[in-house]
Design a protein around this ligand. Structure first.
Ligand code: COA
Length: 187
């Protein structure tokens, strides 16, 4: 992932992200059930029924997986990231409710997942999605993920930098940003 300054809105969303626990299962279920048929297809890769979602949420292991998101004051989870650890890699699935889309929350969830993976020594992050999914493609491209597409489906892989390198990249990016900001201000 290339070091760069994040838009303010993405940073604000990152600050609101929190991890879900066992007692958040009903909230997680409500989030997925609120997704319309096409969004469910984009999130899970196939057409899924309410019953599928019920079973899926019942099986989520909040100790093993990292489920995190932004909850509105009224208890509605607006966006959810689900990081599932695998063999040397973690798979990320994410979803944002329609009312909160296009405002940087998806990008914030992705950033948090990369940082969490780096902090925990996970070396690869993986996403599977339908190739026509422009929003997720945009997130994957912005992170310079390696994308392989076949038969309408895509896999995106990211080599996660070790955590100290991750922090160094941010410091370097901030320095550059600050200098260019200063130049612009004095021009
Ligand atoms: C994919 C999803 C999580 C993105 O959430 P979001 O909060 O709207 O994302 P952001 O606002 O952070 O936007 C991320 C990028 O996608 C772009 N984007 C968002 N919606 C878009 C759309 N409908 N068409 C094209 N690009 C879109 C944004 O412009 C942004 O790109 P940029 O940084 O180059 O400007 C959301 O659309 C969603 O929940 N979709 C249904 C489930 C799904 O597809 N999950 C992903 C597969 S696991």
């Amino acid at each position: 992932m290339q070091a760069q300054l994040l838009p303010r809105q993405v940073l604000d969303w990152v600050a609101l992200l929190e991890r879900l626990h066992d007692d958040d299962r009903p909230g997680l279920r409500a989030h997925y059930l609120a997704l319309a048929a096409e969004d469910r297809r984009l999130r899970f890769g196939l057409q899924v029924t309410d019953e599928f979602i019920e079973k899926f949420v019942e099986r989520v292991d909040f100790g093993r997986d990292v489920v995190f998101g932004v909850c509105s004051g009224s208890g509605r989870w607006l966006g959810i990231g689900h990081l599932v650890p695998g063999n040397g890699a973690a798979e990320l699935g994410l979803s944002v409710l329609p009312e909160a889309r296009g405002k940087g929350l998806g990008a914030a969830i992705f950033r948090f997942a990369v940082a969490h993976a780096a902090r925990n020594g996970v070396r690869r992050l993986f996403m599977h999605f339908l190739t026509r999914n422009k929003a997720i493609l945009s997130i994957a491209r912005a992170a310079r993920m390696a994308i392989e597409s076949e038969a309408g489906e895509s896999d995106a892989h990211l080599v996660v930098p070790p955590y100290p390198e991750f922090v160094r990249m941010l410091i370097a990016a901030s320095d550059t940003g600050q200098r260019s900001g200063e130049k612009a201000a004095s021009a």
